[in-house]
Design a binder for this molecule. Structure first.
Ligand code: FE2
Length: 473
């Protein structure tokens, strides 16, 4: 498919990462400066929005652009780059129409009232998270469509629509988990007079979700992810509440169908993976995208989150503000919630160190045991957007950081060294774009020392995305 044309829109320096214009590239050489670890062999997969403008209309929010996948194949003889648009319904139909056909996260639904009344118009644009399901790969946004793709060729494969099966599902968390047997675990929401959140499992090769647990509530909270502790899923209910009728019939954007309702506070639910039993703890009202990790500590469960005290972060991440380099108005706090068996309220505790986002721990610890180290993107002292990478010692509070001058640097993807022991034995892969860069530079850092071992210079500006993945060969 030809890449649609778009209107030129101004952004300079590092903000060029918020522009459309990335091309589908078949097989290009990636320059390596420095030395890659000899064990780092595999494919670094990146995903994110890449096209916000069509001839007849444009999107308004960073999260809205049509998804492009990027693959850096790291082999003994060098690194090669490939990119492809995800051939979602949203991309294909909007490209053919020359204008957006679906509403997206921060852009209104352009469908007319009669069309909306006939059937909900829901985007499947898989620009947010890539996950493994069995030996296959899928990509999702926050709706119950799973778009499978080939991680070598980046060709789009079939799309699984979980919204039209036996279980009603209208929304879905972007972040699922791959269990040890290859099952895909995720969380869907059925909207209605009462909402129901459904923790479900897709076994390898299966297209039929098995519901492991259900949580009923008057109005579900905006849900981007959840935590996985041994034996439990930990689900935080934000105070950004879904408005079911608006989702069903309205013309607002996805985010516009939620309303900040702090009066009733927020909650954390623990769903037992074996019995489906649910326990709930109250917390003050929060908004949160990402958990750092979850674990069990004796009879307690513990959840670490990057939390916001309101929903202003959505406005911060609008394209006009990001392309203009506007300072952030809303900054997260890093909070540890302890869920005691005999308490109704969770005990929050500030985690020492700076605020982080797009944070993570060693992936082989997730759902197994607590990790002592995490990494994430940090913001500047004056609200500069994601311009540094932090390593935080979760026991001692020690912080070390890596920063390219005048750059935006996003999610630090931790890749563990096979056979390694420590929670930080591996590298971080950090996509960056500095004011003076011609194209995206991926920093390869020693995850313990935060020393930059190598830089991978990709053949184009990879538009800023959210989450990456690494596939060992
Ligand atoms: Fe995310």
């Amino acid at each position: 498919m030809d890449t649609p044309t778009h209107d030129p829109i101004a952004a300079s320096g590092r903000a060029r990462g918020f522009l459309s214009g990335a091309r589908e590239i078949d097989d290009a050489r990636v320059d390596i400066r420095g030395t890659l670890p000899s064990w780092l062999r595999g494919t670094h997969l990146l995903n994110g929005p890449a096209l916000w403008e069509l001839p007849g209309g444009r999107h308004e929010h960073w999260f809205d652009g049509y998804a492009m996948w990027h693959a850096l194949r790291i082999a003994d003889d060098g690194v090669r780059y490939r990119s492809r648009f995800a051939l979602s319904d949203a991309y294909r139909r909007s490209s053919a129409a020359g204008m957006p056909v679906f509403g997206e996260f921060g852009s209104p639904n352009p469908a007319g009232l009669l069309t909306r009344l006939r059937s909900p118009q829901v985007t499947d644009n898989p620009a947010v998270v890539m996950s493994r399901h069995g030996d296959r790969w899928l990509s999702v946004t926050e709706t119950p469509f799973l778009t499978y793709f080939d991680p070598d060729t980046l060709e789009t494969q079939e799309r699984l629509d979980l919204g039209h099966g036996d279980e009603v599902m209208h929304l879905m968390s972007a972040h699922g988990f791959t269990l040890a047997d290859g099952s895909y675990l995720n969380l869907a929401t059925a909207l209605g007079r009462r909402c129901e959140m459904k923790l479900f499992r897709l076994r390898p090769g299966s297209a039929r979700p098995e519901v492991l647990g259900r949580i009923a509530m008057p109005r579900s909270g905006y849900t981007h992810g959840f935590g996985l502790a041994p034996g439990h899923a930990l689900i935080w209910e934000t105070a950004l509440r879904a408005q079911p009728l608006a989702f069903r019939f309205g013309s607002r954007s996805y985010a516009g169908n939620f309303r900040w309702e702090p009066r009733d506070g927020s909650a954390i639910h623990a769903v037992a993976l074996d019995t489906g039993g649910v326990r709930t703890w109250r917390i003050p009202p929060i908004m949160a995208f990402h958990c750092t990790q979850a674990w069990g500590d004796g009879n307690d469960l513990v959840l670490e989150l990057a939390v916001y005290d309101d929903a202003a972060v959505f406005d911060d991440l609008r394209l006009d503000r990001r392309r203009a380099g506007a300072p952030l108005k809303s900054l997260p706090r890093h909070v540890r919630y302890r869920l005691r068996a005999d308490h109704r309220d969770a005990d929050p505790e500030a985690i020492a160190g700076p605020a982080i986002e797009l944070q993570q721990v060693h992936p082989w610890r997730v759902g197994r045991r607590r990790a002592q180290v995490c990494w994430g993107g940090g913001n500047g002292e004056h609200g500069e957007f994601s311009d540094r990478t932090h390593r935080i010692d979760l026991d001692g509070g020690g912080v070390s950081s890596w920063q390219r001058p005048q750059a935006i640097q996003l999610e630090p993807l931790f890749v563990p060294r096979p056979g390694g022991e420590g929670d930080d034995d591996g590298v971080l892969l950090v996509p960056t774009l500095a004011d003076a860069d011609d194209a995206t530079v991926i920093g390869v850092l020693d995850a313990r020392s935060m020393e930059c071992l190598a830089e991978l210079r990709t053949p184009q500006i990879v538009p800023f995305g959210f989450h990456a993945a690494f596939r060992f060969h």
